[in-house]
Design a protein around this ligand. Structure first.
Ligand code: NAD
Length: 271
């Protein structure tokens, strides 16, 4: 029996299966630990890749397509988990708007608002929908996947990404304080680099060298951390921020080093 047997989890942005990233890894590990996992992503086929991978390996999973940045869809997704399973014990807010955005002076309103909508409002809408059900059963585990960018600065994203991930730390603390009496814990996990299945396949030997140094997280590594936080044993841990520095264990604290690294990666960081 796994440590999550009998529990129901919803993981946002968990599509892609073998080619997916952190979300898929979290869904896989929670299922391996015995949870029934609702796999959310924007598109049904993409979510299905992970749900099928889980069921093929003997776990229990189903697809939950929808956009976390839309409050109506967030409510509907939670309602559909309740209708199907009768409960929702674990919510992992992993979905994020990833990718490069320009330096601030060239960033559009739309780019800024999209980052906030998916990375910060999404976890708020999903948590707000899930909490009444968790309160009723007096069991809840909410895990917000942030980023080391929240403590430093983003090498890949930009101001919207960094600010939304920093805001997620505030949401984590506030929810932890409000819902602790109901045996609901709320924590944040801050990865630095996650080597998705797709990137690993594309990078070939270079990726294997990185994996060998154990300095870059694989999707299931993030899943292992979430599995513990989601378990009954972790009931004393709330409002915690777990940093998973991996490849960025050193550096980045120094902004001149940050700028040199960002330029090296071809990022637009202005003058
Ligand atoms: N990849 C990294 O190196 C890295 C570094 C630090 C933090 N993180 C964080 O870790 C988490 C996982 O990142 P990942 O790169 O492994 O990506 P991932 O494979 O988990 O992909 C995120 C998923 O979110 C989905 N998504 C985007 N907008 C959505 C929406 N509105 N509604 C529902 N789903 C939506 C995407 O389709 C994608 O499948 C993210 O929160 C990310 O910000 C990643």
């Amino acid at each position: 029996m796994g440590r999550l047997t009998g529990l129901v989890a919803l993981v946002t942005g968990a599509g892609g299966g073998e080619m997916g990233g952190g979300g898929a890894g979290i869904a896989r590990v929670l299922a391996r630990e015995g949870a029934i996992v609702a796999v959310n992503d924007l598109h049904e086929d993409y979510a299905r890749a992970t749900a099928d991978q889980i069921t093929r390996s003997g776990g229990q999973s189903f697809v939950l397509a929808g956009d976390v940045s839309d409050p109506r869809q967030a409510n509907e997704m939670v309602s559909s988990v309740i209708a199907r399973c009768g409960r929702l014990d674990i919510l992992v807010n992993n979905a994020a708007r990833l990718g490069r955005t320009p330096a601030v002076e060239r960033m559009s309103d739309e780019e800024w608002h999209s980052d906030i909508a998916v990375n910060l409002s999404g976890p708020f809408y999903m948590s707000r929908a899930a909490l009444p059900h968790m309160m009723q059963r007096e069991y809840g585990r909410i895990i917000n996947i942030g980023s080391l960018a929240a403590l430093r600065a983003s090498l890949n994203g930009g101001a919207g990404y960094t600010s939304s991930k920093r805001g997620l730390l505030g949401l984590t603390r506030q929810l932890a304080a409000e819902f602790y009496p109901y045996n609901i814990t709320v924590n944040a996990v801050l990865p630095a680099g996650i080597l998705s299945g797709r990137l690993r396949a594309e990078m070939g030997e270079r990726a294997e060298a990185l994996v060998a140094t154990r300095r870059w997280a694989l999707p299931d590594d993030i899943g292992q951390i979430c599995a513990y936080l989601a378990s009954p044993e972790a009931h004393l841990i709330s409002a915690s921020v777990i940093v998973v520095p991996g490849v960025n264990a050193t550096g980045l604290g120094d902004f001149s080093q940050y700028r040199a690294m960002a330029r090296q990666m071809g990022k637009d960081i202005g003058e």
